[in-house]
Design a protein around this ligand. Structure first.
Ligand SMILES: [Zn+2]
Length: 197
C-alpha cells in the first residue's frame, strides 16, 4: 500500500499547533505518527510523511498537508490527532462518515486497548478530509484533557497506539508477502553488482 501519514498540527507553540491539556496534542501526534510511519515502512509499505511542522497560520498548515498528500496517488491518507473538550475515548472522521474498513478497524483496535469507541463520524467539513484526493481518515486517539484517557495513553505508550492504528490500516498484513520491497530489490541489485559477474 501507499499511505500518506500526517502527524496533526504544527509543532508546539507555533501558529496551527494543537490542543494542550494534560498532554500536548502537537507533541503526541508526532509520538504516535512517527512510530506509525516506521511500523508501516518496516512492513514494506510506502509511506509519504505529510507532516508540516511550521506554518504562518492553521490554514497554511492545512494547505501544506493537503499539498503533500495530493502530490502522488495514495491508497489511504491518515491524519493523527488528539481530541479536547472533556469527552472520553477515540473517534475517527471520514468523508461523509463512510464506514470504510480502515476507519471501523481503527475504532475497534483503539477500543481493544481500552479506549471508549465513539465510532466513525462525518468529517466532511474537515479540510484534510474533504480536500485530499485519496480515501482518508482522521483519527482522534483520545482526549488531551480527560485524566482517565491520558492515564491509559501513558500506560499503553505511543508505540502500542501506533501499532493498533497500523493493524487497522493494513489488517496486520505486510506488503505483498513473498514479494520484495523496493528497498530489498535495491539491496539485492547492489549485492549482485558486487559479484562482478
Ligand atoms: Zn487536532
Amino acid at each position: 500500500m501507499k499511505i500518506g501519514v500526517n502527524c496533526g498540527h504544527t509543532v508546539s507553540g507555533q501558529p496551527g499547533c494543537g490542543a494542550v491539556g494534560l498532554i500536548d496534542e502537537s507533541k503526541e501526534t508526532r509520538e504516535v505518527g512517527k512510530r506509525l510511519i516506521e511500523i508501516l515502512r518496516k512492513a514494506g509499505h510506502t509511506v509519504v510523511d505529510c507532516t508540516n511542522d511550521y506554518a504562518k497560520s492553521t490554514s497554511e498548515n492545512l494547505a501544506e498537508i493537503v499539498r503533500m498528500a495530493n502530490a502522488q496517488p495514495l491508497d489511504l491518507f491518515v491524519s493523527i490527532h488528539f481530541n479536547s473538550g472533556g469527552g472520553k475515548g477515540s473517534e475517527v472522521f471520514t468523508y461523509g462518515g463512510q464506514r470504510h474498513a480502515e476507519a471501523v478497524a481503527a475504532c475497534e483496535k483503539l477500543h481493544a486497548l481500552g479506549f471508549v469507541n465513539r465510532g466513525v463520524k462525518d468529517g466532511s467539513d474537515l479540510y484534510v478530509i474533504h480536500r485530499t484526493a485519496a480515501k482518508s481518515m482522521l483519527v482522534e486517539v483520545c482526549f488531551v484533557d480527560t485524566a482517565s484517557d491520558v492515564d491509559l495513553y501513558h500506560k499503553l505508550g505511543a508505540q502500542r497506539v501506533a501499532e493498533a492504528i497500523s493493524e487497522a490500516i493494513t489488517g496486520g498484513h505486510s506488503e505483498g508477502s513473498g514479494e520484495m520491497t523496493q528497498t530489498q530489490y535495491e539491496e539485492l541489485k547492489q549485492e549482485i553488482g558486487k559479484l562482478n559477474l
